[in-house]
Design a protein around this ligand. Structure first.
Ligand code: ATP
Ligand code: MG
Length: 442
């Protein structure tokens, strides 16, 4: 199964992380203020209260600014990811300030880095989360080195037993760094993997739902055609246009044929629905015999071409497997063929070709007709649902404009592409490209 369009999925997945960070930061900023006030004026611990209150104030200040920016922020995933990166960087600066002001390498506040690494890992791929955890450890190592070498004055909190000179001890620094680094690395790895797993699952479920909707559209469309044709035939008898018993018998035979086709289609749909139920967790698409799918679509459409006097040229049967779903693939090919025949006047021709490009891992089915074509002004919207070109509406050729939209949705779900090339009055060529099933799947 191919992944759905990256940006929307990622933006949806990232936005809540940004909001969570903002909520947590309100709590963090207020906690810094309250904890400082409590420690300094209630417990009377000698801490650099002024500096810590300033850090708390700065945290609340930039959080307020981030709220304002987030309100009018652009939605694309890249923008959200960048904004999250900025938030994480600002938080780390604040954290390192708090750690420095509460005893450096021996600070009890050190543990809070773990929370931030875990949060960042919920939105980052595992590789970047690991990098971030290492960066976090490197920042702490840098701070410890600066304090140990007196490049940065060490804040000794003697009132809580942190008055010693162990911040200068290489062994102590190494031990703390060892436990700190392993903890943040493990947390980053665990959280990032779980989060990635969840995001992938969500994307698969979303793709599955989209495919379902596309399939339902395609299926309904296919079901309607034989019913409409049968009704038209029955009405012609009912209204007395076919009094000749031989003609009536022929009509009954044709209605029977359409109903047979309909029953087959319903059977296929039921099979398909059953197979979907079993694979609800979005199994990869299955290899489908392209030649067989094409033959069955051609078989269904050939009588219509014959009846209309349109020559249908088909290629020799190919034995190639593509990654798709059956009967979805049949429907796609049937829709394209049906259009070519429907929009080609009697005497014209429809030519079907299959090309396999193993190098590119693709098979292409093209359906070329010599029909009425599509006016260039209608081409940009021709794959839109319910859109029909002006010339077919003027010529009162019936249709609903769902066929191509449904076909495109299905083909894209298969990881393929559908292209349409047309010149009004000359003809149309529709090409459906599908990924080949690889050797293992063959
Ligand atoms: P239906 O939903 O019953 O298939 P439709 O054929 O009108 O109705 P689509 O198959 O989606 O709908 O095609 C959309 C439009 O594209 C058609 O209405 C027609 O204007 C144009 N079109 C598609 N295929 C061809 C073709 N081979 N030649 C000319 N016009 C075409
Ligand atoms: Mg159509």
């Amino acid at each position: 199964m191919h992944a759905p369009a990256e940006p929307r999925e990622t933006a949806d997945a990232l936005a809540p992380a940004g909001r969570l960070l903002i909520t947590l930061r309100w709590a963090a900023g207020l906690s810094i203020l309250l904890a400082t006030a409590l420690a300094r004026w209630v417990l009377e611990i000698d801490i650099p209260a002024g500096a810590l209150l300033a850090v708390g104030g700065v945290v609340l200040g930039y959080n307020a600014a981030l709220v304002l920016v987030a309100r009018r922020a652009a939605r694309p995933a890249t923008a959200i990811r960048r904004a999250l990166g900025v938030q994480i960087a600002l938080d780390w600066l604040a954290m390192i300030a708090v750690v420095h002001l509460t005893g450096g390498i021996a600070s009890p506040a050190l543990i809070y880095f773990v929370i931030h690494v875990a949060l960042a890992a919920t939105v980052l791929p595992p590789r970047r989360a690991r990098g971030l955890a290492l960066l976090c450890a490197a920042i702490l190592a840098g701070l410890a080195a600066l304090e140990a070498s007196d490049a940065l004055p060490h804040v000794a909190l003697a009132d809580i037993g942190l008055g010693g000179t162990f911040y200068r001890s290489g062994e102590f620094i190494l031990v703390v760094l060892f436990f700190f680094t392993t903890t943040v690395l493990v947390i980053a790895e665990l959280v990032a993997r779980q989060a990635e797993d969840l995001r992938e699952r969500e994307a698969r479920i979303r793709a599955l739902n989209e495919a379902r909707a596309a399939f339902t559209r395609a299926a309904t469309h296919e079901l309607r055609a034989p019913v409409a044709a049968s009704l038209a035939l029955v009405r012609s008898v009912e209204q007395g246009y076919a009094d000749d018993p031989a003609l009536q018998a022929d009509i009954v035979r044709r209605v029977g044929q359409r109903l047979d086709g309909l029953r087959e289609l319903i059977d296929d749909l039921l099979d398909f629905a059953a197979s979907r139920e079993a694979t609800i967790a979005a199994q990869p698409l299955a290899p489908v015999d392209l030649g067989a799918a094409l033959s069955s679509a051609i078989e269904r459409e050939r009588p219509i071409a014959d009846e209309k006097g349109v020559t249908l040229r088909t290629p020799p049967r190919t034995s190639v497997r593509v990654l798709a779903g059956d009967p979805g693939l049949c429907m796609v090919l049937g829709n394209v063929l049906n259009n070519a025949i429907k929009y080609t006047p009697p005497g014209g021709s429809v030519t079907v070709q299959v090309a396999v490009d193993r190098g590119a891992g693709q098979a292409a089915v093209s359906v070329q007709d010599t029909g009425i074509g599509i006016p260039s002004g209608d081409l940009p919207r021709i794959f839109d649902e319910f859109y029909r070109a002006s010339n077919v509406k003027n010529a009162r050729i019936v249709g609903t404009g769902i066929g191509l939209a449904a076909a495109r949705a299905m083909v894209e779900y298969y990881g393929g592409a559908i292209a349409l090339d047309s010149a009004e009055g000359k003809g149309t060529c529709v090409t459906v490209r599908l990924p080949l099933a690889n050797e293992k799947q063959q």
